[in-house]
Design a protein. Structure first.
Length: 185
């Protein structure tokens, strides 16, 4: 499984690189869509057979590849929801990455016009100000983040802003502003 996940990741990235090099190419776009559909089918089979690929079984690199293939399965949002549920179980066992889970769940919800769960999805305004997409029950955001082992939203936002040359941001409505000491990377 490890070898297959890494091989599929490489094909995924090659197809995306070809599309980036020729963004108007119908052939390159069709290739990406075909690769994504094939990978979604493959990953559905993996989930049905053995659940989310655990780091202890496939290694960190292949586990990240499984997440990447799932991130790119936007044409199959039901699969992404199922994968997110399976991945959350693995995260709670220490067998998958919490940030990857949060990114997957929030991406899927945003693409389906639902408020995000972990506060990972944002955009920059024309003035470069960071703004966050809607968040479900925002007052409980840090509880959900803590449950899966993520840092507080306050610390996430501090790192995000500093990584973007101390960009200003709009604090999301309803999210509790709780300054705290944040770990250095």
């Amino acid at each position: 499984m490890r070898r297959e996940l890494l091989q599929r990741r490489d094909v995924d990235q090659s197809a995306r690189n070809a599309l980036t090099a020729s963004p108007t190419s119908k052939e390159a776009l069709d290739s990406v869509l075909s690769v994504d559909a094939d990978n979604a089918r493959f990953m559905r089979g993996i989930l049905a057979a053995c659940g989310w690929p655990k780091r202890s079984l496939v290694g960190d690199e292949a586990a990240k590849a499984a997440w990447l293939l799932t991130q790119h399965a936007d044409m199959d949002p039901q699969y992404q929801v199922l994968a997110g549920q399976q991945m959350k179980l693995a995260v709670l066992e220490g067998e998958a990455d919490a940030r990857q889970l949060a990114s997957l769940v929030d991406r899927n919800r945003r693409l389906n016009d639902q408020p995000q769960v972990y506060g990972m999805q944002y955009f920059a305004s024309a003035q470069g100000v960071i703004e966050f997409y809607d968040i479900v029950t925002p007052a409980q955001l840090d509880e959900r983040r803590l449950e899966i082992g993520l840092e507080s939203f306050y610390c996430w936002v501090q790192r995000l802003s500093s990584g973007k040359k101390d960009a200003a941001l709009v604090w999301p409505a309803g999210v509790l502003f709780v300054p705290s000491t944040c770990k250095a990377d």
